[in-house]
Design a protein around this ligand. Sequence first.
Ligand code: GDP
Ligand code: FO1
Ligand code: CA
Length: 342
Amino acid sequence: RRITMLSGGVGGAKFARGLRHCLQQVGSGGAENGGAEHGGADRGCDPPAVTCVVNTGDDMWMHGLRVCPDLDSMMYGLAGVNDTDRGWGRAGESERVSAELLDYGVGIDWFTLGDLDLATHIARTEMLRAGTGLARVTRELTARWDLGATLLPATEHEVETRVRVGEQTDETIHFEEWWVRHRAGLPARGFLHHGAEGAAPAPGVLEAIENAELIILAPSNPVVSIGAILAIPGIRSALRAARAPVIGLSPIIGSTHVLGMASQCLRAVGAEVSAAGVAEHFGSRAQGGLLDGWLVDSGDADSVARVEAAGIRCLAVPLLMDSDPLTADMARAVHELADRIT
Ligand code: GDP
Ligand code: FO1
Ligand code: CA
């Protein structure tokens, strides 16, 4: 099955690892045969093609370097070189360069750029400055690892997610500044996708949606990760027109997010902070929205009827991504729901 997944950073990466784990078992003939790498290529099976369309709304210029937090979280997470305690950046990271920049008085004290991570930004920026588009740059950066998936930026244009923090519509700050510097402490009155009007999907994105046999909305932030991807003109309509079923997983369990700040984001856009509320926020594809199917956590099983009443097929399964095998079970549930729809 050709699978296309829309995702943000850390939540998306955890799900992508679980999906890969699930597909490896299919490729190698069962759960007991876990030895085959990425899709059972050693047995001559075609590995299932997974394409991840990744949010670029968090991207920033810092010290003249292009930083792409969600693409990097996906790359490091799938490569297995991510810092699982902190949740972002590289494992075994040092911060000598950032410390030195602070001593020069030009450092950024609220956003830590680790030394290994800086190498990514330097390599990316060099390629961008030579005129290479972000999709190709991402392909070059990811080539050193066997990720088991293709990462595509949602767009190559600079479309910045900004948070409205004041009375005036133009009183905005960059999303990362709102989240990392202010820890989402400034009340958010809404989100802007600055530059989206003139933007287009990156090369390969529309094809990945059109040609997919299954489309998955990862349990990523519905507003600033999935929402920022949907703000790129052409992506929402491609999803609506896709022949594949579109299945999403709830990033909200019970009455809040598992990590991050999705609750604050949902409140800011007037959506209910619940698994059913997020499903209604995306809407049923049969009724002008995006979803054919939606997974909620087992603890939210009482919301299944409400989601189904909104025209979206719904299943309740454990949705905590505490390990790759547990997350693989979630990916299996996505396939099960897709089979019911198609
Ligand atoms: P970010 O760009 O790094 O913020 O990552 P994403 O947007 O991809 O994912 C963030 C979302 O992942 C948050 O809203 C979390 O609630 C959700 N999330 C993180 N861990 C889990 C988990 O174990 N289960 C579920 N269902 N959602 C999770
Ligand atoms: N998150 C933080 O909370 N603090 C940081 O200093 C920080 C630095 C950072 C550097 C590179 C990178 O790729 C990600 C980084 N993040 C940091 C995580 C990240 O930007 C955000 O948590 C997510 O984008 C939220 O959606
Ligand atoms: Ca993000």
